[in-house]
Design a protein around this ligand. Structure first.
Ligand code: 4NP
Length: 161
């Protein structure tokens, strides 16, 4: 961000949820697809605040929901947020307010400007609902929501860099 307006700066973005198997892998897949289509210079990764599913593939319901939209997220592997992420990434975007609170509690104060709720770029203050314990249609709503929020984020980033 201190290189604002630099044309060759590659921005890096970390999207974060709780388990890194449902929402943030889907957000990563959708962002990467939009970034490719718009020829933007942005790298995306995802992680979870919790370690429950470290090393696992995304939830099969996230994989199939995105597959029906032409996106393959099956090769992603869950990992937990680590301290060096706060240094490395330009933006660290939380799927819900609980994730944001967890990130705020472990992020050094000097780097906390990198943290944001994903929905904040659309002018909202809403959670991406956690679909893990719900029915399959929750994954469709999640993907619709993530597509809207991804575009809002990229529009905002494009206007600023
Ligand atoms: P995610 O969903 O945070 O979107 O990956 C969840 C995945 C697993 C659990 C909770 C939420 N879990 O409790 O195991």
């Amino acid at each position: 961000m201190n290189q604002k307006n630099s044309t060759d700066k590659v921005l890096s973005v970390l999207v974060v949820c709780l388990g890194n198997i449902c929402r943030s892998p889907a957000a990563q897949g959708i962002l990467e697809d939009n970034i490719n289509k718009q020829s933007l210079n942005i790298n995306v990764d995802s992680a979870g605040t919790a370690a429950y599913h470290v090393g696992n593939s995304p939830d099969r319901r996230s994989i199939s929901t995105l597959s029906l939209r032409g996106l393959d997220i099956s090769q992603q592997q869950a990992r937990q947020v680590k301290t060096s992420d706060f240094e490395y990434f330009d933006w660290i975007l939380a799927m819900d307010k609980s994730n944001l609170k967890d990130l705020q509690s472990s992020c050094p104060a000097s780097l906390s400007h990198k943290l944001a709720l994903f929905s904040s770029f659309s002018g909202a203050n809403e959670d991406v609902a956690d679909p893990y314990y719900g029915a399959d249609d929750g994954f469709e709503r999640m993907a619709d929501h993530l597509e809207r929020l991804s575009q809002s984020f990229l529009d905002k980033i494009e206007s600023e860099y």
